[in-house]
Design a protein around this ligand. Sequence first.
Ligand SMILES: *Cc1c(COP(=O)(O)O)cnc(C)c1O
Length: 399
Amino acid sequence: MEVKIAGRMSQIKPSPTLAITAKAKALKAQGVDVVGFGAGEPDFDTPEHIKEAAVKALKEGFTKYTPVPGIDELRQAVADQLARDYGLEYAKEEIIVSCGAKHSLYNIAMVLLEPGDEVIIPSPYWVTYPAQVYIAEATPVIVETLDGNDFKLTPEQLEEAITPMTKALILNYPSNPTGASYTKEELEKLAEVALKHDIWVISDEIYDKIIYDGFQHVPFATLSPEVKENTLLVNGVSKTYSMTGWRIGWVAGNRDVVAAMNKLQSQSTSNPTSMAQSAALAALQGPQDCVAEMVKAFQERRDYIVQRFNSMEGVSCFNPSGAFYVFPSFAGLYGRRYGDRVIQSSLDFADYLLNEFKVAIVPGVAFGEDKGARLSYATSMENIKKGLDRIEEAISQLK
Ligand SMILES: *Cc1c(COP(=O)(O)O)cnc(C)c1O
């Protein structure tokens, strides 16, 4: 039989990072000492009390279908956390739990977007956003943010990108891949533009608890009751509680949108895994000091990595206020050579580091910004030091 894959799949590009990740893995398997900065997840284990809650659920036979949008207790716990931490009030009917925040975002795209709709996505962006917009047969509109503005979308840029076809803005702060975040004042100006044009704001705040230097995370929905009505707040347990494998995420927002997501979920995945919901409930209701400990370790690493990069000739590194990534610019090195090859792009530089110095980074082109690259510091300080020594040596050998 001739295999004919549906046309919508042709819009989704295989990630340009896959080649480099695969190569790094292959080298590691051969026993080569590769330093990896690719991790998109915390390097800490899921806290013990959370695992125990899942074990208990299993032992007690909590192994069957649950309500499609998640158990009532978990939806209530999400509402309670938003109320406690940010003063946000949501009814249970305004919250739906899905199989990871990526799934939440996917469901939003499927229930809101139609062919012809435009979705504004600031770059550098998390690669999943444009891919999901394509799957929904809508059109991503990429707006380039600048290093000079700390990778933040300005209200002027937003205004300029909006057309009659604009359906939504996807905002992600603290950001993957840059770690950039917004102050309340900056958010208010963006909200003003979004409200004026009556567009949805899909606010991916999955890194809200991973913030540094006392930075205050301001959920978009807190800006005003009108803004809250137009905001779909996305979050989950993956990053905050080192629970990427458990697959629990959620959306808080407009009840009609949530009801549509519920309907879609009922005919696709049904409920998120029962015992993972029990674990997420323990995460939200249990002690939060595990989060503070993790953030403290991340902050030490961030301080170190930013200072090292900024001391390297030809490199500049923006100091992120959250998440666990840095996105240094290596553009100052483009045009330099090693042997008979010239470094002309983020992919060239990443290739050079991996081939010659056994360091794996993710080239910025994967996130729509070729000047830089993403390094995750969700890896030990020892690895970070070793990797940065190698990068420094690699740069010194360029002519
Ligand atoms: C990790 C991540 C997510 C989602 O993670 P899930 O494991 O699917 O909950 C969403 N957005 C960004 C920007 C991320 O980095």
